[in-house]
Design a protein around this ligand. Structure first.
Ligand code: PLP
Length: 430
């Protein structure tokens, strides 16, 4: 199986950035999320270089929902990243990680009054998703005696061939304002005294492997930018969103790189803004493609079973990685302590959760395995821990992060006590 260069096999063991996964399992226990900070930083720089060599006025925003660990956000903040944030929680994490407010775009189709107040108070930019939200935001800013900078989220109504649960730019999507209604929305925003429209935003979906779709979205966006310029909107940035996919099937998927992506979209962007006579910043918001391949989820086999097929029952399930159950997602798996043995047997890797859908990997060719062996689930850094739960009353596992020769805990494992920490006795049970 093809491996990214931070994953290597030495003496039969899978290593991440030179660290033996078998040793890490001994030291920290399993299940365990292991992240390479070096890999995240490398991929962030790939984005920066790909954009900057073509158009220096750019900003890469990390989509914080993909991986909300502060250590990850801090590493990216140090490289100059901003963030696409989707909740008050993500807003606070991004600020805490050291990202400046003017690099934070508060997105979301259903913001609460508290969200709007926090956005205004924190001076972040708001991606407004409806006219209702626009007027609410104007009122909140007025009450706070401030002006809030905004973009509108455009729904470009493109057909996106990705999993329906992660296609966000379809005409029928819940996100954004239909592209035809966008000029009207900006005209309304220009009449609001406490709102200043400075940007234009879209995000068409996730795990997109065809750069042609990003090109189509960019075409729609620059066309709208032209219209907005003529009605007097002064665009300071155009944000083309995230969504670049990764090769989850290592040997058969082809995934464009940040370089391929930039080579496709930047010329369209540049031609479009030249036609408008403006020089806004170009923003992009990658999530998955920045962090997915940085991380493995290491899980130990509790037992094997030969029923109608061979099962490997492991200690991590959809409580820790829900993508296979939720999106039928494919993740490569490697037997981390037998990584040099040839595959001889077909196994289905199943989690410990009381649901028949709790399957991490179906019908994979693996070497002969036994209880105690370690399975590494690859490409688990995006929408992995971030979507974890305590379902079945299972404490979440720890996360470690690697930087060069150093390994450090970035989240301690939860304990049984943590399960009840927020529970309270109702008065009649005292
Ligand atoms: C989720 C999301 C992203 C990131 O998507 P990826 O597919 O992880 O790159 C970017 N922008 C917005 C608005 C999002 O909701």
């Amino acid at each position: 199986m093809k491996l990214p260069h931070h994953l290597t096999i030495k003496k039969g063991h899978l290593h991440i950035n030179g660290h033996d996964c078998v040793d890490l399992a001994e030291k920290y226990g399993t299940p365990l999320y292991i992240t390479s900070e070096d890999r995240i930083c490398e991929q962030f720089r790939n984005y920066q270089n790909a954009l900057s060599s073509r158009y220096p006025k750019n900003q890469v925003l990390f989509a914080a929902k993909a991986n909300g660990n502060l250590a990850v956000l801090r590493a990216l903040a140090q490289l100059g990243a901003g963030a696409d944030i989707f909740s008050s929680g993500e807003l606070c994490l991004a600020l805490d990680a050291g990202m400046p407010a003017d690099k934070l775009l508060f997105n979301g189709s259903s913001k609460t009054p508290d969200d709007l107040q926090l956005a205004v108070k924190s001076d972040v930019i708001v991606s407004v998703d409806s006219l209702d939200e626009l007027y609410q935001l104007d009122a909140v800013a007025k009450a706070a005696g401030k002006t809030v900078k905004i973009a509108f989220r455009v729904n470009p109504a493109l057909k996106i061939p990705t999993h329906p649960k992660i296609a966000t730019g379809l005409a029928s999507s819940k996100f954004g304002i239909p592209h035809k209604e966008i000029p009207t929305a900006y005209k309304k925003a220009l009449t609001c005294k406490y709102v200043k429209p400075i940007g234009l935003h879209c995000h068409i979906g996730s795990q997109i492997l065809d750069v042609e779709l990003f090109a189509q979205a960019a075409e729609v966006m620059v066309r709208i930018a032209k219209e907005l310029t003529t009605i007097g909107v002064n665009l300071e940035f155009i944000d083309l969103g995230g969504g670049l996919g990764i090769p989850y099937h290592h040997d058969t998927d082809f995934a464009p790189t940040p370089e391929d992506y930039a080579a496709k979209i930047v010329p369209i962007f540049k031609e479009g803004i030249e036609a408008c006579g403006i020089t806004p910043e170009l923003w992009v918001e990658p999530g998955r493609s920045l962090v997915a391949d940085s991380t493995v989820l290491l899980t130990r086999i509790n037992s094997t079973k030969s029923a109608h097929k061979q099962f490997a029952n492991v200690d991590a399930g959809f409580n820790l990685l829900i993508r296979p159950a939720m999106y039928d997602a494919y993740h490569e798996v490697i037997v981390a302590n037998k990584a040099d043995k040839s595959p001889t047997t077909t196994y289905t890797v199943t989690g410990p959760i009381c649901e028949s859908g709790d399957i991490l990997a179906i019908d994979r060719q693996l070497p002969k395995i036994a209880a105690g062996d370690l399975i590494a689930v690859l490409d688990a850094g995006a929408y992995g821990f971030a979507m974890s739960s305590q379902y079945n009353s299972r404490p979440r596992c720890p996360e470690v992060i690697i930087k060069g020769s150093l390994v450090g805990l970035m989240r301690r494992g939860e304990t049984i006590e943590d399960l009840t920490i927020n529970m309270t006795r109702p008065p009649w049970q005292q």
